[in-house]
Design a protein around this ligand. Structure first.
Ligand SMILES: [Zn+2]
Length: 256
């Protein structure tokens, strides 16, 4: 772990420790109501920030393309996987669209040829952690946060020869140690502004309708692979983008 990350993580841990000391002091001063009120307020605020995948509370995040660039950026999470990656690449080629694939490190190591194929066809590859701990990422301590992001970065660099520029948190639940790790690895956080909840809803019509309702110039669309409906959904979404007079934007439309 680089010293800059350790220092930033220690400062954040100290801030948490300071809050606990204040609560204990209030309790010791026989003001349990104030202590419990503070605990409740901090817990509610932290839950709100963690559950809000677009929050800027912890640090910068891109959820839209820069103003004036128009188009719609398609991003695809959770690959690679033999069940869907090749078919999704074929669909993107057929519609002449370039996307950003946020890949999971341990899957990339199992199917490195798929990662190279994504790269060979001109798509951008992003870091989506080594093991995709979607249910725990929001509460990981500094060491594990660092390992999840840094190991994936190493895995993808070994396979592709280049280091990803973008990171997406599993389920979008980043936390106070995420940005220090990203800063040390020269990564930037990407969220989204348009999603149809395809991770939890297998109904292509419903998912597509939700995406359609949120489509705007400059938006970043979140899709997933590894699911039975992934390829059909991608085809439908690309058609919907064009029906709305929008164009899929290449990853080159992202800030440099
Ligand atoms: Zn994911």
């Amino acid at each position: 772990m680089p010293p800059a990350f350790k220092k930033a993580a220690a400062a954040r841990l100290a801030a948490r420790g300071g809050l606990i000391v204040i609560m204990l002091a209030l309790w010791a001063a026989e003001r349990p109501g104030a202590a419990l009120g503070m605990l409740a307020a901090v817990s509610i605020l932290e839950a709100f920030w963690i559950l809000n995948p677009s929050t800027r509370f912890f640090g910068p995040i891109i959820t839209q393309l820069p103003a004036g660039r128009g188009g719609v950026l398609v991003t695809i999470d959770d690959g690679p996987t033999p069940e869907t990656t090749t078919a999704m690449l074929e669909e993107l080629d057929a519609q002449q669209v370039k996307a950003v694939f946020f890949l999971i490190g341990e899957k990339a190591r199992r199917w490195p040829e798929l990662v190279r194929e994504i790269q060979r066809r001109g798509h951008e590859i992003g870091n989506h952690t080594e093991h995709h701990p979607a249910k725990r990422f929001w509460r990981l301590m500094p060491g594990e946060t660092w390992r999840e992001i840094a190991q994936c970065q190493e895995t993808l660099q070994e396979i592709t020869g280049t280091r990803p520029r973008w990171f997406r948190a599993p389920a979008g639940h980043f936390q106070s140690f995420t940005h220090p790790a990203l800063d040390s690895l020269d990564l930037r956080l990407m969220g989204w502004s348009c999603r149809g909840y395809d991770g939890t809803d297998a109904d292509v019509n419903r998912v597509c309708k939700r995406i359609e309702n949120r489509l705007k110039p400059g938006c970043i669309v979140l899709l997933h692979e590894s699911r039975p409906s992934s390829v059909e959904l991608l085809r439908r979404v690309l058609g919907t983008i064009r029906e709305h007079g929008l164009k899929p934007a290449p990853p080159g439309a992202l800030p440099g």
